[in-house]
Design a protein around this ligand. Structure first.
Ligand code: AP5
Ligand code: MG
Length: 207
């Protein structure tokens, strides 16, 4: 199964990806995580994209498409993939259609007014990469899943969130129509508990 998770920043893509990838045994491929890993390791790619990511803009399409193409050539993707945060604009979507078109696209729909609260309260595990919210785990620095260190992402501040939302509206929202026209879009109400969102995704995938 080849799946895409589409949705605004903070809509719950990473959170749901952890559950979906576990249930369907699919590799979870987050372009945001791949870029952050490159930045952390100061690779040539990381140095190229650091500034653009810190300001909330999109990394260049050619670099992003190459990164995904390379990752999808890994044998663990023979059974399919779960893409999180890619494609992010029409150029990336049509490039993906050329080398590994998706079967279904899950679009997490969340009221944009709730996004800032979700993102500014997010804590990410530096080890297992799962994300949590201080509403549920409090102000701890220890990952409840694996004991790793919880950190705040550099782009999770109110100014950058505003920019990320603007970029989402102008560059990513057109993908909703793009995949609806292909008959692949599944809208899921992301404004419910994490468990309920996951339940609805499973139901929709098994229809
Ligand atoms: P990326 O890492 O993809 O970030 P994003 O799309 O902005 O999305 P987030 O990771 O912020 O949110 P999420 O939807 O994963 O939500 P989460 O599950 O964590 O991209 C970052 C940057 O990388 C981009 O700005 C760009 O620069 C670059 N980039 C990445 N991909 C690119 C591409 N393809 N092309 C070009 N550039 C690219 O949840 C958020 C919070 O809400 C958490 O605290 C969570 O605990 C909580 N939460 C989750 N679900 C619920 C729920 N149901 N109820 C209540 N709280 C919830
Ligand atoms: Mg994410």
């Amino acid at each position: 199964m080849k799946l895409i998770l589409l949705g605004a920043p903070g809509s719950g893509k990473g959170t749901q990806a952890a559950y979906i990838s576990d249930k369907y045994d699919l590799p979870h491929i987050s372009t945001g995580d791949l870029f952050r890993e490159n930045i952390k390791n100061k690779t040539p790619l990381g140095l190229k994209v650091k500034e653009v990511m810190d300001t909330g803009n999109l990394c260049p399409d050619d670099l992003t498409v190459e990164l995904v193409k390379d990752r999808l050539s890994n044998p663990d993707c023979n059974k399919g993939y779960l893409l999180d945060g890619f494609p992010r604009d029409l150029a990336q979507a049509s490039a993906l259609d050329e080398f590994a078109a998706p079967d279904k696209v899950i679009n997490l729909v969340v009221d944009l007014a709730k996004i800032e609260h979700r993102i500014t309260g997010r804590r990410n595990c530096s080890k297992c990469k799962n994300s949590f919210h201080i509403d549920f785990i409090g102000e701890t620095k220890v990952c409840p899943d694996c004991g790793g260190e919880l950190v705040v992402r550099k782009d999770d501040n109110p100014e950058t969130v505003k920019e990320r939302l603007e970029v989402y509206e102008s560059r990513t929202v057109p993908l909703i129509n793009y995949y609806a026209k292909q008959g692949k879009l599944i809208d899921i109400n992301g404004d419910q508990s994490i468990e309920k969102v996951f339940e609805e995704i499973v139901k929709a995938l098994e229809l």
